[in-house]
Every structure is written in C-alpha cells, then in structure tokens.
Design a protein around this ligand. Structure first.
Ligand code: ZN
Length: 344
C-alpha cells in the first residue's frame, strides 16, 4: 500500500496542466467518487490495527496533497481566464432576473383547495368535453326544459339528430361522474374550466373557471351546508365577514339558495363594487335534488347531500378588484406581474 501511495504521490507532484479538461480528468482520477483515493480508503478498512495507525496518517496526507494540487491548478486557470478576456469586467453588476408569478386564478384556486382540504374534502376532476347526460340530463335538466336555456352551450356533435357532445357548461358534471363511479360518503371539490357561448366583454367571457363542492352522506342537512360555507368565507375573506342566503332556483338542487357576503371592499358601508348595497353574491348552493342522487344510482331515502358552486374569477375579483374579466386570459405581463409578491 505504501508503494502505491508513493507512486501516486510522485505522479501528483509532477502533474501540471493549463487545460480545464485535463484538470477535470485529474480530479476524477484521484478525487472522484470512484477515484483512487476512494479505493485506497476502502483498502484501508481491511488492514490490521497496527498498520491502521501508520497508514491513516499517510493516507490523509496523500488526500490533502491531491486536493491542494487540484485547488492550486484550478486557481491558476481561473485567474488566467480573467486576464485573458480583457473585455470581461468583473466589477459590473450582474444581470437581474425576473421572478415569476402565479396567475391570480391559481392563487385563488389554491387557497380554496387549502380551506376545503382542511375540512376533509378531496379534489376531483373530470373531462371538459361532456355528453348531454353528465352535463344536463343526470342533473335534472329535462329535455326541452327551459332550464337548459339558462346556460348557453357550445355543442360539438349531434347524436341521432340531437345535440349530444358539448363543452361542459359547469363543473357539476364532475359530481355526476363521481357519484356514478363511487359509493357515499362523498366529500369533494371540483375546480375546473367551463364554457358558455357568450360574447366576450369586460363582464362576460366564453370560458371561465368554477369550483364546485359536493357532500353526500347520511343525515346531511341544510345546516351543514350553511356552517361549511360560513367557515369557508371566514377563512377566505377574514373573521367577521357576514353571509346571507337568498332563495333561488337550480334544476339540480332543492331547496336552492344564493349566498352573499358583506362587501369585501367597503365592509358593508356601500361602494361601486357592491352597487351601494353592502352585499356581493359569491355562490349558488342547495341540497342535492333526490332525482340527481337517483340518476347516479344513490338511494335518496338513505342519503342526502349538499352542493355549491362558485366562479373563481368572481372570487379573485373581490379579492384583487379586477374590473375586466378579459385580463384573466390575455397573458398581459404587466397585469400578471402584480401578483409576484403574493407567491412569496
Ligand atoms: Zn361595497
């Protein structure tokens, strides 16, 4: 072992190079993870206790020799590099780099998911291209029923002369898929993009984003719905935010309600955002209609459930006061940059 070390030590001492690749080869040969020094330390483990004392010292000195040599040559190469390139001014400030930012809708989406995850909800997703059954029929929209006109639909394909395949108009279709393929209890939220055949303006767009929630189990009541949404609003807009429920109509819930919160901008005293009413609507909700449960193969005598749905753009709007819906999809970096700090 001593002979080997002496031989290598002589080689190291004699080694000289000004080339970066040769120096790298030297490093790999002696100091690399599969290099000579690593091997010698492996061999060292096998020698007797007497020899260990002598060789331990020798080996450590040898390692130091190789490291010193490498560092010296590296240093020389670096300084040569600097002097060779006279154009290089090391005193100049470095190039700045742009910190990316999350899209405001992603920020809102993540926050909503966080709140509901803490309540035991899981996240579910489904296809954006849906058939009539999942988007309408299973959700208690009878054929030819005027309720279907509530949503302007982008139909893609006809089946037997009838409109069948469409871009989903709401994320409620994911609820149907979930209930069809599983057994209660269900406790999930479904964030996703939805499509409506509307002219694009500051207040309407042909696509937007929703988050829907569904809770189905035995003995789920409207009180559970109210408490869940009350908690959600306190978490999202802060303690003390007031809520109120107004009766409403949706084909897939009975009874149905719309929920308002005390205006997040003026706190209820009246402003432009709340049209001086002190309240802003944020979501629709209700008890899942027994027909919907039965359509999905769930016994409506045994199970009840609640569902709610909200537009993410609406939630983001109330949080960041974004007055034009089109900003969410135009990828204008001046708009997006404003949310950089939110990420940190
Ligand atoms: Zn207001």
């Amino acid at each position: 072992m001593q002979n080997k070390i002496d031989q290598y030590a002589a080689e190291i001492k004699a080694f000289a190079t000004a080339k970066a690749d040769e120096l790298e080869a030297f490093r790999i040969k002696f100091l690399g993870t599969k290099g000579i020094i690593k091997d010698l330390f492996e061999e060292f483990k096998t020698v007797g206790p007497e020899e260990k004392r002598t060789f331990g010292k020798v080996l450590n000195e040898f390692k130091k020799l190789a490291e010193t040599k490498y560092n010296e040559l590296k240093e020389t190469q670096n300084s040569e590099l600097t002097t060779q390139n006279s154009d290089l001014d090391l005193t100049l400030p470095g190039d700045g780099f742009n910190v990316g930012s999350r899209h405001p809708l992603s920020l809102v989406r993540n926050e909503i998911i966080d709140i509901f995850k803490r309540l035991g909800f899981v996240v579910a997703e489904g296809p954006e291209i849906e058939d009539d059954w999942h988007n309408f029929s299973a959700l208690n929209f009878p054929e030819e029923h005027p309720a279907r006109d509530m949503q302007d639909t982008f139909f893609i394909k006809k089946n037997n002369g009838k409109d069948d395949i469409a871009l989903r108009t709401h994320t409620s279709s994911v609820q149907v898929r979930m209930m069809e393929h599983g057994k209660p209890p269900f406790r999930a939220i479904m964030p996703g993009r939805v499509y409506r055949n509307e002219a694009i303006s500051a207040r309407a767009h042909c696509f937007f984003h929703q988050v829907e929630g569904l809770y189905v189990d035995e003995n789920v009541s409207f009180a559970d719905l109210k408490q869940t949404l009350y908690h959600f609003v306190q978490e999202l807009y802060g303690e003390g935010t007031k809520v109120r429920f107004r009766p409403s109509y949706f084909p897939f819930t009975e009874p149905s309600a719309e929920m308002d919160v005390s205006c997040t901008i003026c706190g209820g005293s009246g402003c432009n955002m709340c049209k001086y009413s002190g309240w802003v609507e944020i979501l629709g909700c209700g008890m899942v209609d027994p027909n919907v449960l039965e359509n999905c193969g769930i016994d409506s005598n045994k199970f009840t459930g609640f569902a709610f749905g909200m537009g993410m753009e609406r939630i983001a709007n109330l949080k960041y006061v974004i007055r034009d819906l089109r900003l969410f999809s135009e990828n204008d970096s001046r708009f997006l940059k404003q949310f950089t700090a939110e990420m940190l």
